[in-house]
Structure formats: structure tokens, C-alpha cells
Design a protein around this ligand. Structure first.
Ligand SMILES: [Zn+2]
Length: 459
């Protein structure tokens, strides 16, 4: 039940912080950390409704402070931004600032560090990216950047009106099977129900049996793992009656996953768009399946190949500026993701909209005639062409050649291989040379993420 009198709209009475003053249980006096978290949540509750122009003005006021800090204490930016006056930055001047590429961060890690992190930002923390596209990347943040990630994770729960008393389950990397007292990073300052944890390396049947035993109300995992769970659940007729919502992060969410979760358990999917280098970037709108950029924490640009901002409906590459990372300011940093720019959301929030995250650069098909797109290969098409197909993965090795790795229950006949070839060429929209490799199993990539299409040509 929602408590209209609670400090933050949508927050249930159960989420009120524990009191830090002995003998005072009501109204509770939150600890300084909980108070800061709640105060920021209150700010965000107001700022989300600001008109886009007002949000942008506030973002640029913050960016001016960030740029001054970067020019004074980060050698890389001091050199790159020389001559810039952060207080006289207009939209045109902003678009002329150079893009920080992933390779810049890999090659100039030392020069990108701030020599003077303000003491009130706390300790310096390191965030790594798995390097699923080759070379890993290291980025520094601070206790302040981590605080904002906690704030946004709480905002996600509030937006989606989750029941904080319920059991949550997480299946992801770097986890061992177990339980913890609270849901998230903020759980130590705000009480929630319990959280059940499982490593994503466990096989799908083990994961399903575990979910049945734990009976969580919410489940968070990677989209490809959720897809496999939903499919297996349908096959085994497992219902998970306690489950109310599934949540995804860390990979592109394909539309068929939403449909599969409806079919398997009759629950919605709520996605979070994040990157290891920048944290939470966009959250799904509470009322629509598109995403709201978390404009209070980052400036997000969707740019066409010429560096011009995309109009609603156009697809472009995502460039982020982290507003509060003073340990290693990421100024116009290009993530290797592409999204469709959205138009204003009917929900009334002024936070910019990303219509869809279309994919990562490494999952983009490059056609020799210059076209680029993100192909999808529904499992049904494979099984229709060859009923013995159990798993598949496509790898574009050169502009003309694609390897199809296939796990089959029995040897495929010549006719079936030709049917698969025909299906793939139709989906690709180009007569690629397709080499079939029949393998015993397809190992997931780093971070246990499974990708059905990977291009070594997309860069
Ligand atoms: Zn909205």
C-alpha cells in the first residue's frame, strides 16, 4: 500500500529508514547516509518533471563546474580543452568538443586521472569493463559516483512501484549462491526484503529449480539468460506463481524476451540501460516501454556519423558525459552502443527519451554494400529449417564471410543445411558466404553473456 505522507512519493511505509537516535522509533531520524540518499531522491522526484530546456540549463551549469575541474586537474583534458571558457559554452561550442573514444581511455588512463579529487567526493573507486570486445577498459569513479548509482537504483524501484518487503532474486556474474539481507547497495541504509543470489554460470535447469525453491517476487538477470529461462520454463511447464516482474540489464533487450516472459510467467520485463564505465544511463519509463535518460547524472547525446544530434526516430551512437565523476571525468565519451532517439514522453517527465537501444557495435552486421544493421535470428526459424538445431551463434569474420556455429541433436542433412543457409541469407539481406561449424557446445563470452551474432568487422 502506498503511503501518501511518506517523504518520497511512491515510497511505502516499510521503506522508512531505521532511526539512528536511541529510543526514537517514530518518526524515524535517518542516519546521515540515509538522509542524504532520501534528500537526493526528493530532488529527483522534482527534477524529473522539469521542462527539457530547464533540465539542459541545469546540466550545463554542472558541466561548467566539471570542465573547470577537468581543465585544472586532468592533464588529458587540460591539453584538449585549452582555451575553452566553460562559462560561455553554448550548444554549438559543445558539439565542437572532441569525442573521447574508448581507445583514448585505454591508452591515456594515467593522463585522464584527476590529480585533485575534492575530499568530499570520498575514496577513488575503480570500475572495469570485461573487454567483451577485446581489450578491457579501466575507469575511475568516486564514492559520489557510486552514491548516484544507488540513488538511481532506488529511483528505478520507486518508478516501478515495487514492493520493498518482497523477495528479490539476482542471477548474474560474480555471484555465488546465497542470500543477503537487503536488495541493493542502499539496503544498509534503507530496509528491504531479502535477496537471493545465484551465479549466472549455473545451468538453466539448475537456475529454474532454484527460482522455484526461492519463489522471488522480482528477478534481475541479463536478457539472454532471461530468454533461456523463459523458454525452458515453457518447455518444462514451470509457472513461478510468486513472480511479479523480471528485470534486465547489461545487454540489449530484444523484443521477443518481453513476449516470452508473458508467455512463461505472465510478467512484464523492465530494462535498465547501463554501462560499466558510466553506471545507470537510462531507466525504463514507468508507463511506456521506452527509456528515460537519467539527466541529473549524465548528459547523453545520440549522434549520427557526422556528429550531428539525431532527431526522434533516428539511430545514432551514444555519447555520454558523466556529470559527477570528478575522479576521471568522462567528457563526451563514446560508448559502443547505438540507440534510437525518442520524442517527448506522454508521461510528462522532461527527462530525454531513448526509444530503443538497438545494439552494441560488435553485434552490428556490416554488409559489403555499406549497409549496417542489427540482425535478429528467432530460434523458431532455425528449428523450422532444421528441427535438430539446439543452439547457434553467428560470427562475421570478414566483410563477405560468416561462420554459423550450430549445436545439433543429430547430424543435419544436406537439405537442412541448405534450408538454414537460405534462411540466413534472407535474414541478412545479402548473399554472404556461410561456413557451417557443428560444435558440441557454444561457450558464453566474458561475463557469461551469450550473443547470437558477433561481428569482427564492425570494429
Ligand atoms: Zn515517460
Amino acid at each position: 500500500m502506498l503511503d501518501e505522507h511518506a517523504g518520497v512519493k511512491g515510497m511505502t511505509r516499510e521503506l522508512l529508514p531505521p532511526s539512528c537516535i536511541e529510543g526514537i522509533v517514530w518518526p524515524p531520524a535517518p542516519s546521515p547516509r540515509a538522509a542524504t540518499l532520501l534528500a537526493m531522491q526528493f530532488e529527483l522526484e522534482q527534477s524529473q518533471w522539469l521542462p527539457p530546456a530547464d533540465l539542459r540549463k541545469r546540466q550545463f551549469a554542472q558541466i561548467a563546474v566539471l570542465l573547470r575541474h577537468a581543465m585544472a586537474s586532468v592533464p588529458f583534458h587540460r591539453e584538449r580543452l585549452a582555451g575553452l571558457d566553460p562559462d560561455r559554452l553554448d550548444e554549438a561550442a559543445w558539439l565542437r568538443l572532441p569525442i573521447l573514444e574508448r581507445t583514448d581511455v585505454q591508452e591515456h588512463f594515467e593522463a585522464l586521472k584527476s590529480s585533485r579529487l575534492p575530499p568530499s567526493h570520498g575514496r577513488t573507486l575503480e570500475y572495469g569493463s570485461s573487454g567483451s570486445s577485446g581489450r578491457p577498459i579501466r575507469v575511475l569513479g568516486s564514492e559520489v559516483t557510486s552514491f548516484f548509482w544507488q540513488v538511481l537504483s532506488l529511483r528505478d524501484h520507486l518508478w516501478h512501484r515495487r514492493d520493498f518487503a518482497a523477495r528479490h532474486a539476482a542471477i548474474r556474474t560474480k555471484l555465488e549462491r546465497g542470500r543477503q539481507a537487503g536488495w541493493d547497495l542502499f539496503a544498509e541504509v534503507l530496509p528491504t526484503g531479502p535477496m537471493s543470489l545465484l551465479g549466472i554460470h549455473e545451468d538453466i535447469d539448475t537456475q529454474l529449480d532454484w527460482l522455484r525453491a526461492e519463489a522471488p517476487s522480482y528477478l534481475i538477470t541479463h536478457p539472454s539468460n532471461l530468454r533461456a529461462l523463459a523458454k525452458r520454463s515453457i518447455e518444462r511447464e514451470i509457472r513461478l506463481p510468486e513472480l511479479r516482474e523480471t528485470r534486465t540489464f547489461g545487454e540489449m533487450l530484444r523484443p521477443d524476451v518481453r513476449e516470452l516472459c508473458r508467455q512463461a510467467w505472465d510478467v512484464p520485463v523492465t530494462d535498465i540501460y547501463s554501462a560499466e564505465e558510466a553506471g545507470v544511463i537510462a531507466l525504463q519509463c514507468p508507463d511506456y516501454p521506452h527509456y528515460h535518460v537519467q539527466a541529473e547524472n549524465l548528459l547523453v547525446e545520440v549522434l549520427d556519423p557526422a556528429g550531428i544530434p539525431c532527431r526522434p526516430g533516428e539511430t545514432g551512437s551514444i555519447v555520454v558525459t558523466t556529470l559527477h565523476n570528478f575522479a576521471m571525468p568522462l567528457i563526451r565519451y563514446r560508448l559502443r552502443d547505438f540507440a534510437v532517439a525518442g520524442s517527448a514522453c506522454p508521461c510528462g517527465r522532461g527527462l530525454p527519451v531513448l526509444e530503443r537501444i538497438v545494439g552494441r557495435q560488435r553485434n552490428m552486421l556490416v554488409v559489403p554494400d555499406g549497409r549496417r544493421h542489427w540482425p535478429s535470428f528467432p530460434g523458431e526459424l532455425w528449428v523450422e529449417a532444421c528441427p535438430a538445431v539446439r543452439q547457434f551463434q553467428l560470427i562475421q569474420h570478414t566483410p563477405e564471410r560468416i561462420e554459423a556455429r550450430v549445436v545439433v541433436a543429430r547430424a543435419a542433412t544436406k537439405a537442412e543445411i541448405e534450408a538454414l543457409r537460405g534462411m540466413l541469407i534472407e535474414r541478412f539481406g545479402y548473399p554472404f558466404l556461410i561456413d557451417f561449424s557443428f560444435v558440441d557446445r557454444i561457450e558464453p563470452g566474458p561475463n557469461c553473456k551469450y550473443e547470437d551474432f558477433v561481428s569482427h568487422v564492425a570494429g
